[in-house]
Design a protein around this ligand. Structure first.
Ligand code: PBE
Length: 298
């Protein structure tokens, strides 16, 4: 009897002691990764995307401008959103190079870090750029590209469905079918063609996968034989400047791609904004206890 009770007592004592230890670790500040500055927790890493992206270059500028100890780790847009999703699932800190329009704002509770030094510029527009001579060679396509204009919410609708597993071409088909009023404005007064070839280049950013597939579907419906060519950012600009591609709908201006734009400006034709009010910056989950890039200064 005594023996049994003693065993019980000992077990309870051990359990209480273990709980007390666990309590210390979780609110005390000496357990695992939840300790130290945000920089220490993140190994001073900002999760970037592809090295050619303007937002990565701006993030590197921010590191300079604010005197941060961080490095911007490059990978891809897909790797970034994967890392963001994993961090949020575990309620861990993460800082990503991000932008909108983007499905991640529909999927997660996120915030931009304030950027008082303006490393990421102001609001941006996304422009359509045509190669030199497109208006003479493919006048109908030129007209449609010139008319192409949609809202950030339109682009996000497409992005959300692609993120949920839809094939970009199928989702674009569905969007075009469901938004014939908008598409009719882009094709208004334009004659259909009979199989002329057109190439549109883009980078595999989720936003540009959406826009390029939509404009590709519209051009295809107008009779074009459409090829969408996926490239890196620098080569995309080179391609439209040299005439290797006919057009891009992925030009983020004036800041994000301003360097590429300035380099080739005389060699292509800027057809103006196809979307207004885009933005880039450093983005964190809303549960993180920081609000400004300045909060990363140590
Ligand atoms: N982005 C999406 C691109 C432009 C479109 C913001 C990732 C960039 O940073 O170059």
């Amino acid at each position: 009897m005594f023996n049994k009770n003693f065993k019980k007592f000992a077990l309870i004592a051990i359990a209480v002691f273990a709980l007390a230890l666990a309590g210390c670790a979780s609110d005390g500040g000496n357990g695992g990764e939840e300790t130290g500055s945000i920089g220490e927790q993140l190994d001073y890493t900002i999760t970037g995307i592809d090295a050619g992206a303007g937002v990565v270059r701006s993030a590197e500028e921010a590191v300079e401008d604010y005197g941060l100890e961080y490095t911007v780790q490059t990978s891809s847009g897909a790797a970034m959103t994967q890392a963001l999703g994993d961090a949020i699932a575990n309620e861990e800190p993460i800082i990503v190079t991000g932008w909108n329009p983007h499905w991640k704002f529909a999927a997660y509770d996120l915030k931009y870090l304030d950027d008082p030094k303006g490393s990421f510029g102001e609001a941006e527009d996304i422009h359509t750029i045509a190669r030199a001579g497109l208006s003479e060679d493919l006048p109908e396509a030129y007209q449609i590209l010139d008319n192409f204009y949609w809202e950030g919410s339109d682009m996000e609708d497409v992005m959300v469905l692609v993120n949920e597993g839809g094939e970009p071409a199928d989702v674009a088909r569905e969007w075009v079918d469901n938004n014939q009023d908008k598409v009719a404005e882009w094709t208004d007064g334009v004659d259909a063609v009979d199989g002329a070839e057109i190439n549109v280049a883009y980078v595999a950013w989720d936003s540009e996968i959406a826009s390029t597939n939509v404009i590709g579907t519209v051009l295809s419906d107008m009779g074009y034989d459409v090829t969408l060519t996926q490239v890196e950012n620098g080569p995309m600009w080179e391609a439209v400047a040299s005439g290797q591609t006919d057009a891009i709908v992925a030009a983020w201006l004036p800041g994000t791609h301003g360097d590429h734009y300035d380099k080739y400006e005389s060699e292509f034709e800027d057809l103006g904004a196809n979307l207004e009010g885009a933005r880039i910056g450093l983005i964190v989950p809303a549960y993180m206890d920081i609000n400004s890039i300045e909060d990363l200064v140590e």
